[in-house]
Ligand binder design. Structure first.
Ligand code: DX5
Ligand code: ZN
Length: 219
């Protein structure tokens, strides 16, 4: 499977959001990652459907919406209507995760289930047949710029084995602290979609060079 890079706008300069998105689009990023945080499920309060709608007007790239919120079921339709191409939902706060994922699937957008670093890989087993991808967090959710948790590599390998049994077409996405130093080992373990905020928008030589460095390291 080919590698997809999803650029998280959490580290973009919001006073120039349009330009920032155009820069990464021109530099060949595959998806735009939008981190929705409610201050309950995860610390920090970030963006809502309005930002998704704004991004939709700026870019043709798929919008990869990562919901770090309680009661995701109440909001998925709103995000789909705002223009999300993928919606990923955390397993931890959702007692009805099976139903929420089905709802997202029925909205006609790609579906992901997300696991925090402390959530056992096997806990997603009974919903893996419903998803297009599994997002394994490689930091605890809330902020960009955190340090990559190295145990993620082994978790990716374990999740890949589980998916090969249950849903071989599903991909693995990794989010948090992804850099040119760790992307290759994550890919070798079975991840194919990589989210990056700091390694792109805060790259010292600029976002376009950050994207090149990630691609060079993995391809
Ligand atoms: C963390 C978010 C991530 C974050 C990644 O809660 O889900 O998408 O923006 O940022 P970096 O790449 O800086 O770790
Ligand atoms: Zn994210």
């Amino acid at each position: 499977m080919s590698v997809l890079l999803s650029s998280s706008i959490l580290s973009a300069d919001f006073s120039r959001l349009g330009e920032e998105i155009t820069t990464v689009e021109k530099a060949g990023v595959d998806w735009i990652h939008i981190d929705v945080i409610d201050g309950h499920f995860a610390p920090n309060i970030t963006m809502g459907p309005f930002v998704v709608e704004t991004c939709k007007r700026i870019t043709r790239l798929p919008l990869d919406v990562h919901l770090m919120i309680d009661n995701a079921d109440k909001f998925v339709e709103m995000f789909a209507r705002a223009g999300a191409s993928c919606i990923s939902i955390h397993i931890e706060p959702d007692a009805n995760i099976h139903r929420t994922l089905q709802v997202v699937k029925n909205l006609g957008v790609m579906t992901g289930v997300v696991l925090n670093p402390g959530t056992p890989v096997h806990s997603a087993e009974s919903v893996l047949h419903l998803v297009d991808f599994v997002l394994l967090m490689s930091v605890n959710p809330g902020y960009s710029g955190q340090i990559f948790l190295p145990e993620t590599v082994e978790r990716v390998a374990r999740m890949r084995r589980l998916l090969d049994e249950i849903n071989p077409k599903a991909q693995i996405q990794v989010d948090g602290g992804v850099t040119a130093e760790n992307i290759k080992s994550l890919h070798q373990a079975g991840a194919t979609i990589f989210v990056a905020a700091t390694s792109i928008f805060k790259y010292p030589q600029g976002a376009a060079e950050g994207i090149k460095a990630l691609r060079r390291a993995v391809e």
